[in-house]
Ligand binder design. Sequence first.
Ligand code: XMP
Length: 503
Amino acid sequence: MAKLHPDLENKPRRRASSLRGREFWYKDITLIPNRLPDFERDEVDLTTNFTKRTILKTPFVSSPMDTVTEAEMAILMALMGGIGVIHYNFLTIDKQIEEVEKVKRFQAGFVFSPVVLSSKNKIRDVYNINEKYGFFSTPITEDGTLNSKLVGIVTRRDVRYRKDMDTKLKDVMTPREKLIVAKKSETVDKNDLDFATEILRSHNLDTLPIIDENEKVVALVTDSDIRKNEQFPLATKNENNQLRIFIAVESRLALAKERIGRAFDVGVDGIVIDASVVFREQIEIAKWTKQNFPKLEVVLGNIDSAEMVEKIIREASEYCDALRVGIGPGAACITQQELGTGRAQASAVWECARAVKKLEPKYGFLPIIADGGIKIPDLADIQKPGDITKALALGAQTVMMGSLLAGLDESPGEKEFNYEENRMVKKYRGMGSIEAMGKRGALRYGIEKMRIKIPEGKVIKAPYRGSGYDFLPQLIAGVKQSLQKQGFKNIKELQEEVDIRPI
Ligand code: XMP
């Protein structure tokens, strides 16, 4: 059984203590190692549940914020074994859907329904596709749709040194008679990616089109996908090797319906119904989603008390696949100061996780996402893997982060030099800041129709941290190392046996 030091329990006790009966943050606690570890750091397994069905090898989630998660961040997170949640603070639904598509098209085993063009299209169109989705290889069909025969293929090699963007693709493509193709019946129908890879590699191809008996393209296999699969063994993927991705949706049923339907069509894995504090309409959205798209997973939140956990589980456990815990602990949050609402994050995670456990025998397992409060210190540019371990120790299955990731190359926005702090920074803004609420952000706070907007967030500067492909492996190693110090090989053991004390 995990032990919380009595001084941390929210019960009156006889002995005086600075923490007794008080709320506690991650900085107020420490984990006491009392085992004798006999294994190495890399033997620690961080596999966990983001939701009831979405399993991650790394317990990290990137926040649905417009200075944190768009496609580039979501791709990074999923490749590293975590997951990204794409924000909805775009001017149109189309823009958010495009980001989902970029993630889904980033890598796959078989790329079904590939983007195709006709031989009358121009090199410019291939570059446009590259800009939108990040790839070049494009099958060319008779009429430029998937409903007609394959007549050729254009890859990066065919266009890279071409200057005239108006050149027709018929003049640069490799024509059908010179193409190596694979049959659907021998690959896709048997779900045999290995066989397709063998053909691709033995002919030294960039791209292998897969065709049906009518010569229509049904899928592609590309060398870059296969290499990506090998390079990122932790990646969070679906059965077809596509990266998994969630989106945030507003807590308004009428608005969320279109967004959810559209995202489902492009393969989104689930939704996070977003609000600074959960409200009843979320349950209607969750119910509607499950009735119309049972495959989608649904996250509700935010909450921070046992009472709220119980209310949601009793009313909506069958529509809810994870709970997002944290009201106001985030680095750009001012909900606690402005509205006197919210609580210390470590207490919130502990209490909510206990409440879920209590109800588990009757309602089943429900993962907790510890959202916010993995802090960036004001000046020193250091990461805080220890806070992540503490959140997991307190009962969270995953940790959602905004500020810690906002300084990476993969977050939206440009880095800039800050003369006051004498270092490179990237802008990080709370979704409840006046600046972010100018777009759809106000929906998150339920005040989109109100003339007077009370901000619940601010704009800050996150230290620039370079590439996430360098940073995240360090953070993962840091969390593993802290579990190893405690003598725990996985998150379950940590949660069952950890000894948590006040500092
Ligand atoms: P960190 O500490 O990782 O927190 O930066 C990220 C989380 O902060 C929440 N968030 C807000 N909370 N006002 C708030 O009270 C805001 O303007 C705001 N914007 C984001 C959100 O839960 C995110 O995941």
